[in-house]
Design a protein around this ligand. Structure first.
Ligand SMILES: Cc1ncc(COP(=O)(O)O)c(C=O)c1O
Length: 508
């Protein structure tokens, strides 16, 4: 019997399982009744939670389907997806940058340049030709680390941004920042007691990926009273607590500008964070996907951690992530991004390369998207004026919406909202009455999820409850994006809903 051959080093070799000597009855006894059940899966999968596409988002999709029915009976005529930073999503409709799409179109079908020469500016045709010469057909796999020419361009972009050299061999193009984050976390979690410091509130990619790879999230809280500031003291406390619990902190995640907070770090804090990583031998995972989403660039500029590490000549190992999904690019569905490794040994780089090569290569469309993002048209290029106009419009709209929404949310009873200087979100705190908390309990929901569900059912606006990002006990928040057009009508709905909610449940 197969089940008795426990001592063999290979008890279930394919040949023994398929052996005709084994009766089909004994084989059936050995096999599970149903091969694919939730119990038969890797238990880590059950622990993964990702609120951005959780209960609220699923309900929003149901409501969207219902709206298509005659006499749907809903008190709104559209569902507004304010739950996810997906700028080009239907209903949000941020227009794609023409330059990016024109280059992409010619890369998809190079013959277009001859078939419709007047449809493309000269610099676009030249760019696509240059890329085609380097890449060939985008239907072929590329170098696993990403097209060398595009990595060289990324390195130049980083050098110009930071004023320090960047090595294309230390850059890995990825299918969005998520793929890079997930890979690095999978590599860093070396034992069940290995942990990673993550900000609270955080973007749930981090807790979800840690759950998947059995890593321990080590939370550190951002300070809402100080506009969601990051405190080195708080992080040090979290490291020491983890140590007492037998958890080894291996890396520190910093999201800058923040999601969901929109907070932006100043260089002084960044320096202290780099020094902290040096002191505790932490790898710094710098998520910088919102680096161009700055609403007050004069007073709140962005500095990369690469620059800070170089300024300090620090040996801190740094992995910096960027993406084409955010910024003014908004090309979420194209899946493009990169990470740069600083102070990472050749040995580890070779292992990262080995791991990315298992996935063959990042999508070519995404790689080309990265090239267009980091090499936009320059003044004097035929595409420049349109590119400038399009990007200015997107920046202005985001700035205006963020400002208007924060101002008006702060005017509501029991609501306080930090006026975020960056990213695409606001994360207001809502103080809920005992009656509202009791009603939530009866409904089997967290109070902020209860609030968000009522908001969805009454207005069609879908937000994500703070419990999906993490918050202090007894505090309630929700995250909403600043991507919805028609901000006055949108905030008007939020205000009306909140006032009704307070009338129903009282104020805190
Ligand atoms: C902080 C942060 N990091 C990473 C990502 C993932 O981006 P990508 O689409 O590049 O995978 C997001 C997406 O919202 C994000 O907010």
């Amino acid at each position: 019997m197969i089940g008795l051959r426990r001592k063999s080093p290979f008890p279930y070799s394919l040949s023994s399982i398929l052996s005709p000597r084994i009766s089909s009855t004994s084989l059936r006894a050995f096999l599970p009744m149903r091969p694919l059940t939730s119990e038969s899966l890797n238990p880590s999968v059950l622990n993964v939670q990702y609120a951005v596409r959780g209960e609220l988002a699923i309900k929003a999709e149901d409501l969207r389907a219902k709206l298509k029915e005659d006499n749907h009976g809903l008190p709104f005529d559209k569902v507004i997806s304010s739950n996810i930073g997906n700028p080009q999503q239907k209903g949000l409709d941020q227009p794609p940058i023409t330059f990016t799409r024109q280059v992409a179109a010619l890369m998809e079908w190079p013959a277009l340049a001859e078939l419709a020469p007047d449809a493309f500016p000269k610099d676009v045709i030249a760019r696509a030709k240059e890329l085609s010469e380097e890449i060939g057909s985008i239907g072929a796999y590329s170098h696993s680390q990403g097209v060398p020419f595009i990595r060289q361009n990324v390195a130049k972009f980083i050098e110009e941004r930071d004023g320090y050299p960047s090595n294309p061999d230390h850059i890995f193009l990825t299918a969005g920042a998520s793929a890079g984050v997930s890979l690095l976390i999978s590599m860093l979690i070396s034992t069940p007691k290995a942990g990673i410091l993550i900000p609270i509130p955080q973007y749930p990619l981090y807790t979800a990926t840690l759950a998947q790879y059995n890593g321990v999230p080590i939370p550190y809280h951002l300070d809402e009273t100080m506009d969601w500031a990051t405190s080195v003291h708080e992080i040090e406390g979290a490291i020491e607590k983890a140590h007492r619990d037998g958890v080894h902190a291996k890396a520190l995640v910093i999201i800058n500008p923040g999601n969901p907070t929109g907070a932006l770090l100043d260089e002084e804090t960044q320096k202290k964070l780099v020094e902290l990583c040096q002191k505790y031998s932490l790898v710094l995972l710098a998520d910088e996907v919102y680096q161009t989403n700055l609403h007050k660039p004069d007073t709140h500029p962005f500095s990369s951690f690469k620059k800070i590490v170089c300024d300090l000549q620090s040996p801190t190992a740094l992995i910096s992530f960027h993406s084409i999904s955010k910024g003014i690019s908004g090309e979420c569905g194209r899946r493009g991004g990169y990470f740069e490794c600083t102070n990472v040994s050749e040995e580890v780089l070779a292992l990262i390369y080995k791991m990315v090569s298992v996935g063959l290569c990042p999508p070519l469309g995404g790689q080309i998207g990265v090239d267009s993002m980091i090499r936009p048209p320059k003044p004097g290029d035929e595409s420049y004026d349109l590119w400038k106009q399009e990007t200015d419009t997107i920046h202005d709209a985001l700035r205006h919406r963020t400002h208007t929404m924060a101002e008006r949310l702060n005017g509501l009873p029991g609501v306080t909202c930090v006026k975020s200087p960056g990213a695409l979100y606001l994360y207001p705190q809502i103080r809920l009455s005992d009656k509202a908390i009791e009603a939530a309990k009866k409904a089997g929901k967290e109070p902020d999820a209860f609030y968000a569900l009522e908001l969805l059912h009454e207005t069609g606006i879908c937000v994500v409850p703070g419990s999906g990002f993490g918050q202090k006990d007894g505090e309630w928040h929700y995250r909403l994006t600043c991507l919805c057009p028609g901000v006055d009508e949108y905030v008007g709905k939020l205000e009306k809903f909140h006032q009704g909610f307070v009338e129903r449940y009282g104020s805190a």
